[in-house]
Structure formats: structure tokens, C-alpha cells
Design a protein around this ligand. Structure first.
Ligand code: SF4
Length: 352
């Protein structure tokens, strides 16, 4: 980390300032993003996160990108809320594999009152194993957020998805304001926030600027900012959307890094479709977190090996043993396994 370049943390970015960043020559934008990144993070470390789906599909919302919406026929297999025992079992397996954070996601508009005892029991049970907890369950009112925080939930994920202007093109069943209220309830309850959006949904650059402005001007920046690239799923309204130019994606990452210097900017959905060069540029632009699916902890995950090969080629280490203030040790343990795996002869050897 370079302490000599430590920009102040701002919450008053104007749209014009953000637009001007997007308009910089590519090298200048990358240089600025790298400078900010190096002032706040170890530049060659990337955090690894994981997710367990506790309830899949049959969601009543109409998010145009989402295969879990009950309104689109995407062939996704629906699953009911996982039994608490099963979740604890999965969490135990995760712990046995070395994880210290367990993230649980449910495809709901919001949790119903009847669901709350289950999810809070899950949180308590997972917490009792000595794991850090994270959930994404849709909208939360104030008392639900308090209840989850009281049960021991550490992080809550709720994305803004896009700019306020473009939002209506993507979702009609809940408002932007609903989302901001959930985020505010999460903060008020004292939990950490994971919040970002999706690009490549047919939006303009001004919408990407608008999304980042909303995130950067929150009273506190989200601790994690996932920037997703649309995954076009057959059966969803966005299945035939035109591809976003990878440079526009990289610019979005770089601007997010500049606006929110201390947040983990996460490459999430859509990463699998990116080639190694695009991913490398995203890391250069300041992305320092990647997302693995739920299978990582319970089954051999070839994707993990592919990712570790790329890490090795780029000289990137999973963020790990030195735990940052705003992050848990889970990544450290997962990463430990990955590092062990990296010893395996199947890995790329730059010396050969
Ligand atoms: S609320 Fe979540 S699960 Fe439901 S359709 Fe929207 S993105 Fe998908």
C-alpha cells in the first residue's frame, strides 16, 4: 500500500464528475484507479467469497435479468427453503473445509414473518459454529433487519442493480426507493452492506455513472461492491441483449474503485464468460474480490483451479492471512485451500 497517495473518502460526487472519469483516456483512467487502489489495498491480493442458495427460484419479482423469477420459463429447478439442519450441515462441511464465513441466499421478494424464525435460527446455528454470516433475502423492513442483526448476521447483500433512471426498464415490482430503504434498515441495524449492480443490460454509460453515483454517495460506502456483467439466460427478457464492450465494463470497475477507495470491488456474475485478459484488466482497474459458487466448498470445483491458474499467471495472491479490518477470515481459509491446491502439479508453472 502506498500511503503517499491517499485520496479523501467522498460522498458528494456529482454526475458531471463521474461522467468526466468515464470519459478519460483509458490509460489515464487505469492509472488513476491503480493509484487509488494501491493507496488502500495490497495491489496483488484478491479476496474470495462464496454463496449457498438456501431457496432457489419461484421468485414473484420480475427482474428482467433473473432466471429465478417465476415469471420466466428458464428451466431452472425450483427448490423450497432448505431445512435448518441441512443448512447447518452445509455450514459444518464448509467449516471443515476451512471456511470462516457462510453466505446464504434466498430468491424472495422479502422474507415472510413465517420465514423469520427459520432464517434467524440458521444465522444462530451457523454463528454457533464459529462462522461469520452473510445473507441475501430480498427487501427487509426495520424490524426484520434488527431481528437478523440480533441473531448475529454480519453482512447483508442487496443490490441497486442500475441507475434510478434506467431502473424501471429492468424491474417493475419494487422501487428504487424500496431498495434504498432496505439498505438503510440494514445499516441502522448495524450490519455491513454488500451492494452493487449489473452492467450490460442495455443501459447507457450515463446509467452506469448513475449507479456508481448512488453507491458512492451513500452515507457510508458499502463494504463490498459487486459489479456484475449480465449473464444472458434463455427465457429471460434480456436473453438477446447486445454484448457490452469489455472496455466499458473495465471502465465501470475503474470508476467504482476511484469513487469508493476502501470498498472491495467484486467481479461477480458474468466472470465465467470473460476471457483471462479481460479479468486481468479488471484486476488492474481495481477489482479485488471474486465470487465463487456454492459448489466450491462441498465438491471439487474445476473453476477454482482455472481461477488459481490465472492468479498464478498474474502473480495474484488470494487475500488471506492478513485479514483486513472490514473483512472476515473466511477468505483466508478458503484461500488457504486454494493455495494448497496451487501446489498441485496441474497448475500453471510460469518457470517452465
Ligand atoms: S428479487 Fe432476486 S431472486 Fe427475485 S427475480 Fe429479482 S433478482 Fe431474481
Amino acid at each position: 500500500m502506498n500511503a503517499s497517495f491517499a485520496p479523501t473518502i467522498r460522498h458528494d460526487w456529482t454526475r458531471a464528475e463521474i461522467t468526466a472519469l468515464f470519459a478519460l483516456p483509458f490509460s489515464d483512467l487505469m492509472f488513476q484507479a491503480q493509484s487509488v487502489h494501491r493507496a488502500h489495498f495490497y495491489p496483488n491480493e484478491v479476496q474470495v467469497s462464496t454463496l449457498c442458495s438456501i431457496k432457489t427460484g419461484a421468485c414473484p419479482e420480475d427482474c428482467a435479468y433473473c432466471p429465478q423469477s417465476a415469471r420466466y420459463d428458464t428451466g431452472l429447478e425450483r427448490e423450497k427453503l432448505m431445512a435448518v439442519e441441512k443448512v447447518i450441515e452445509e455450514a459444518k462441511a464448509a467449516k471443515a473445509s476451512g471456511a470462516t464465513r457462510f453466505c446464504m441466499g434466498a430468491a424472495w421478494r422479502s422474507p415472510k414473518n413465517k420465514d423469520m424464525p427459520y432464517v434467524t435460527t440458521m444465522v444462530q446455528g451457523v454463528k454457533a459454529l464459529g462462522l461469520e454470516t452473510c445473507m441475501t433475502l430480498g427487501m427487509l423492513d426495520e424490524s426484520q433487519a434488527q431481528e437478523l442483526a440480533k441473531a448475529g448476521l454480519d453482512y447483508y447483500n442487496h443490490n441497486l442493480d442500475t441507475s434510478p433512471e434506467y431502473y424501471g426498464e429492468i424491474i417493475t415490482t419494487r422501487t428504487y426507493q424500496d431498495r434504498l430503504e432496505t439498505l438503510s434498515n440494514v445499516r441502522k441495524a448495524g450490519m455491513k452492506v454488500c451492494c452493487g449492480g449489473i452492467v450490460g443490460m442495455g443501459e447507457e454509460e450515463s446509467d452506469r455513472a448513475g449507479l456508481l453515483q448512488q453507491l458512492a454517495n451513500m452515507p457510508e460506502h458499502p463494504e463490498s461492491v459487486p459489479i456484475n456483467m449480465l449473464v444472458k439466460v434463455g427465457g429471460t427478457p434480456l436473453e438477446n441483449e447486445a454484448d457490452l464492450d469489455p472496455f466499458d465494463f473495465i471502465r465501470t470497475i475503474a470508476v467504482a474503485r476511484i469513487l469508493m477507495p476502501q470498498s472491495h470491488v467484486r467481479l461477480s456474475a458474468g466472470r465465467e464468460q470473460m476471457n483471462e485478459q479481460t479479468q486481468a484488466m479488471a484486476f488492474l482497474a481495481g477489482a479485488n474480490s471474486i465470487f465463487y459458487g456454492e459448489k466450491l466448498l462441498t465438491t471439487p470445483n474445476p473453476e477454482a483451479n482455472k481461477d488459481m491458474q490465472l492468479f498464478k499467471k498474474l502473480g495474484i495472491k488470494p487475500e488471506a492471512y492478513e485479514v483486513h479490518e472490514d473483512e472476515s477470515e473466511q477468505e483466508a481459509s478458503i484461500v488457504h485451500q486454494l493455495q494448497e491446491a496451487a501446489m498441485d502439479s496441474m497448475f500453471y508453472n510460469a518457470a517452465k
